[in-house]
Design a protein around this ligand. Sequence first.
Ligand SMILES: [Zn+2]
Length: 224
Amino acid sequence: MLIPKTASWVVRKIIASRELVLQGQVADGTLQTILKSALIGNGFAIRKMYLTLLPQHPKVEWKSLSLQASIHPRYKFILWLALHQRLATVDRLMKLGIQVPPDCAFCGLYRETFAHLFFECAITRQMWYRLCVWMGYRRNIADWNTEVKWACKLAKKRAGLAEISSCAFAMIVDAIWREWNKLRFQNSSLLAAKVLKDIVIQLNIRGQANRRWYDALQGLNAYP
Ligand SMILES: [Zn+2]
């Protein structure tokens, strides 16, 4: 459709956006049918139009965890990389041609892979286990996918302890990755008790400003 030269810039933009709606659109049908789908009664709802044009991607099963508002962005970033299995573990570094010792930075007993670090390795598994026990869960720690599923289930709940648990999961993933970097590149040694204590302190600090968290944390007054 030609844009009249005499039209104001607002009208010109509106007419130009017709092409935008049709180009790269994800909704089916002609412009008329798309516009009809955005009607509520006789009125046009821009919200409905926006939702109609949004690409429909398959839902990932860890959606609830990645959208959990209580998880601080600092932890979310590493969690997000881990959920995509994009952390630069030894197996990935090797694929990129970067030579590093292949054994696990924590236990030194097995070849290091993502699956080993989270949580096949006896040391990282024990750290997560201790944190789970601190939160009142006596459970066997399984592989990465099972643990993610467990954390996702809790991330959907609004109860204080459930929120704390999904946050603790994000925090242990971040902490394992931070410690991995220190072990690999700074020759430091792992102080697991200190790592866990720091997580608990962070959770308690956040609990000071959140009534549900505060109540749930009252029963968890020892260190893992
Ligand atoms: Zn290991």
